[in-house]
Design a protein. Sequence first.
Length: 331
Amino acid sequence: MTSSQTLSAFDGRILPLLVCPRCRLPLALEDSKLTCEEGHRFALIEGIPILLLSEVPQTHVEGTRSLAVAEQGDGANLPQFDVAPGSIDPFVQRAIGATNGGLYQHLVGNMTEYPIPQLRLPVGDGKLFLEIGCNWGRWCIAAAKQGYRPVGIDPSLKAIRAARRVALQLGIDAHYVVADGRHLPFADGLFGQVFSYSVLQHIACEDVESTLREIHRVLASGGKSLVQMPNAYGLRCAYHQLRRGFREATGFEVRYWGPRQLMSAFSAMVGSTALSVDGYFSLNPQFSDRRFLPIKYQALVWTSEMLRRASEKFPVMANFADSLYLSSIRN
Ligand SMILES: [Zn+2]
């Protein structure tokens, strides 16, 4: 198959994993749509399942846009990108500042290589890995390289289309689905590892709780989740809250949770949870990406990494870290 055929075909290997996000019955392929026995039907756009619930408010405007394309029923009007081998996907060129954080702004339009982060997890040994809010798929790519079988979801069809193009370009075997973390279209107990980075901070508290309950449902017994969240008491996070006058966040603005609040929500809804540091002073440059950053930011990332390593010996230091990881084992 040519690359454009590969990108428009539905990859049937994902079908046994999928359930209807509305009633959780299995899905079958029927007349180029995915349907359940209750008669709920979901469009495939360029072979990508659009498994969002149209009756619930979306957490991101791109979810609403994905549903509009699904409603039309075909992707004929979607912009097509011809990405030359070795070049950077135009979607990623534009999105890098948003997906990776402010310290990557200088890379917008100037990337020559995809920054693929280092996943802070052991080798995957073929475990099924779910990423919630994968955007163009940098963590799914990292997971595939580390021996996991990645499945990425995002409400944005644009981001999922880009994720598929980048995976094809890099020779990465990953599945991507347009879906909502609050209504996961996966059967119970499937995943060995769930991961989410810089995503749940953008949605309301009750939506985070729904997502955590869904993480618990799709994790296998003893399966693990690793979720990154900002810390309300982090130095930089405190400054941002001060700047907006400590008012309640709206729309896609960052919600700040305190470490205790995070621990109690994750422990109650996912399982036994430990807190560790991702980084200090910013959200959220990766130490493994430091060669992509200007010198002035490299110093910041080095200092952050030194403090992170110290926090492994002195856990109290997590209290003023800006970016935290919640590591849970399904109970
Ligand atoms: Zn259904």
